[in-house]
Unconditional design. Structure first.
Length: 456
């Protein structure tokens, strides 16, 4: 007996000591540290993949899917019988009687209850749980769709800021070169000191733009790193964002995904309305609400249960429970039907029906909004393409003009004001060209977001 007690104590101590370690391991598995990718030149596709792997938001959505799956198991458990053990001890002191006696009563039984019919409650409750799981899966996909779109915005903003840095540094280098020539001319007596001051001012202005562009680049990188799931909101050492490809034509052959020129607009809208995860979630919500209406109507039906029990009852001595003379079994059918509940069942049905109507209208509105977004995104891509083509041509013309004015200024055929104007025009045109390139890339990503292709 003593050995058995000692053995039991040792087992309890072992479980107590091992519990926290197991809990810590489970916590570590549920909250893995972000993976540091060995990437030097980070592309947009790589940034999306890393964010889907490291960002905690999809992991949280996955946990909600697991929760919904367990709710299905819980709903299905209503089809199984309920088995329990009942033990009791009652002490009765008959002080009011002349004898003044007292007695102890002991009961020890095992019972089981099986619900045979519950007004189809179990059927619709299980269906509601299954729809909830599908909604959780659609919500997980919606989280991924939104995350990928956010990553695309941050990445392209970082690329634009990097291009602004290049343009400002190029402007600074140009004015520094002109400053040196102006200083040389001023020393030879062929130039004025005001020209030197002019280019010094231009250099300082360009330096200011470089500082501002670098700050914007850092902020964009911090935002991108946060979306990629890095805890310190910084890209790993050695990871650099790929420079904006100035030779990119953004045509159908340059992209892995379909573009507006390849798929008709109405097909895009129809496909998105059928497959976009947020619309799928809204549609499933309507179906789940319909099932809940039917589940609430089960309150109008009776509940039929089969019950059974086996055990013993003894008086005055607990040892009598082991005596066959005190053992007994019972079986029966229980029917419970609520005649009046203050109108709660009817109110529950009406409430669920009203929620279903509201969700159906929300779905209708969401589909209209989605169609509007896709049409707008389609037009934005077409407009961005045209803008980029014009800006590329315009920038080339302005660059040629600036070079001609520079030559004319160097031989005294053009004024300093004209050179400043030509250089400012070129800097502005290069900035607009970079913005046009990023705007087209962003418009394509936005259209993919609206159609749901960005998670395919």
């Amino acid at each position: 007996m003593k050995n058995s007690i000692v053995h039991t104590i040792l087992i309890l101590v072992f479980l107590y000591l091992s519990g926290p370690a197991q809990g810590s391991a489970a916590h570590a598995q549920a909250n893995p540290k972000p993976t540091t990718e060995q990437v030097t030149s980070l592309t947009l596709a790589q940034a999306k993949q890393i964010s889907l792997k490291n960002n905690p938001t999809p992991a949280a959505a996955k946990a909600r899917v697991d929760q919904a799956m367990e709710a299905i198991v819980q709903a299905r458990s209503d089809y199984l019988p309920t088995v329990g053990i009942y033990s009791s001890w009652d002490y009765t002191d008959e002080t009011a009687s002349s004898s003044g006696t007292s007695r102890d009563s002991y009961t020890n039984t095992i019972s089981a209850t099986q619900v045979l019919f519950q007004g189809f409650y179990r059927k619709y409750n299980t269906l509601a749980a299954q729809y909830s799981e599908k909604m959780a899966l659609a919500s997980e996909q919606e989280v991924r769709r939104t995350l990928v779109w956010s990553v695309a915005q941050s990445y392209l903003n970082a690329q634009l800021a990097a291009e602004d840095i290049r343009i400002a540094e190029s402007d600074m280098a140009f004015n520094q070169e002109q400053e040196k020539e102006a200083i040389a001319k001023e020393r030879l007596g062929t130039g004025s000191y005001s020209d030197v001051l002019n280019f010094k001012t231009k250099v300082n202005s360009a330096k200011t733009k470089v500082i501002q562009a670098r700050q914007a680049f850092k902020e964009a990188c911090y935002g991108l790193a946060a979306l990629m799931g890095y805890e310190d909101a910084r890209l790993p050492d050695g990871m650099q964002i790929q420079a904006l490809d100035v030779s990119q034509t953004w045509d159908a052959d340059a992209r892995d995904q379909s573009v507006p020129s390849a798929i008709p607009l109405e097909t895009e809208i129809s496909t998105a309305l059928d497959s976009r995860p947020d619309l799928q979630e809204d549609w499933l919500a309507v179906q789940e609400a319909d099932v809940r209406v039917k589940r609430e109507k089960s309150g109008y039906f009776p509940t039929v249960s089969l019950t059974g029990a086996y055990g013993a009852r003894a008086v005055d001595d607990f040892d009598y429970l082991g005596d066959d003379d005190h053992m007994g079994a019972s079986i029966g059918v229980e029917v419970r039907f609520e005649l009046f509940s203050g109108g709660s069942t009817r109110a529950s049905v009406r409430s669920a029906a009203a929620e279903k109507r509201a969700l159906a209208k929300d779905l209708e509105d969401a589909k209209i909004t989605a169609a509007k977004e896709i049409r707008t995104g389609w037009e934005n891509v077409a407009s961005a393409r045209q803008t980029l083509e014009l800006q590329e041509e315009n920038t080339k013309l302005i660059e040629i003009t600036r070079d001609l004015v520079k030559k004319e200024y160097s031989v005294g055929q053009a004024s300093l004001v004209r050179l400043n104007e030509a250089q400012n025009d070129l800097v502005a045109a290069e900035g607009e060209l970079a913005d046009a390139r990023v705007s087209l890339a962003l418009a394509l990503e936005e259209l993919d977001y609206y159609t749901g292709r960005n998670i395919q």
